[in-house]
Design a binder for this molecule. Sequence first.
Ligand SMILES: NC(=O)c1ccc[n+]([C@@H]2O[C@H](COP(=O)([O-])OP(=O)(O)OC[C@H]3O[C@@H](n4cnc5c(N)ncnc54)[C@H](O)[C@@H]3O)[C@@H](O)[C@H]2O)c1
Length: 106
Amino acid sequence: MNNKVLVTGAAGFIGSHVCDHLVNAGYNVIALDDLSGGFEDNVNTAATFINGSITNVDLVNQLFASHRFEYVFHLAAYAAEASAILYAGLIIPIILLAASTLLMLP
Ligand SMILES: NC(=O)c1ccc[n+]([C@@H]2O[C@H](COP(=O)([O-])OP(=O)(O)OC[C@H]3O[C@@H](n4cnc5c(N)ncnc54)[C@H](O)[C@@H]3O)[C@@H](O)[C@H]2O)c1
């Protein structure tokens, strides 16, 4: 079994708890977050933290070239749903770019 897992949004509320559970379950966790909303201190110290954005195509490609992930937990998000509508012009392109970056990976 390849026990490498990528968690995006790993410094956020949900992502950091997912990292904790994966580490405790014995997985080798690569934790990606751009710290736009989360905190590095949230990330389990046993995980490998990468400070970067899921919209950075080169970074994401590099991660997938360097690691053979068994699972990807995609939790990076701008999670303030109530105000998100105000920033739709910014947030929707980020969500679409991030999703297309992850989906286009080999
Ligand atoms: N918290 C909840 O109760 C809850 C419930 C249901 C669904 N969700 C969903 O789960 C997801 C995560 O929610 P959360 O509460 O953990 O939010 P959060 O804000 O605590 O965490 C999101 C993380 O994503 C990171 N991030 C944002 N843009 C990024 C980017 N471009 N590249 C890399 N990292 C980026 C932020 O820095 C942050 O650490 C959201 O989609 C949210 O809607 C949350």
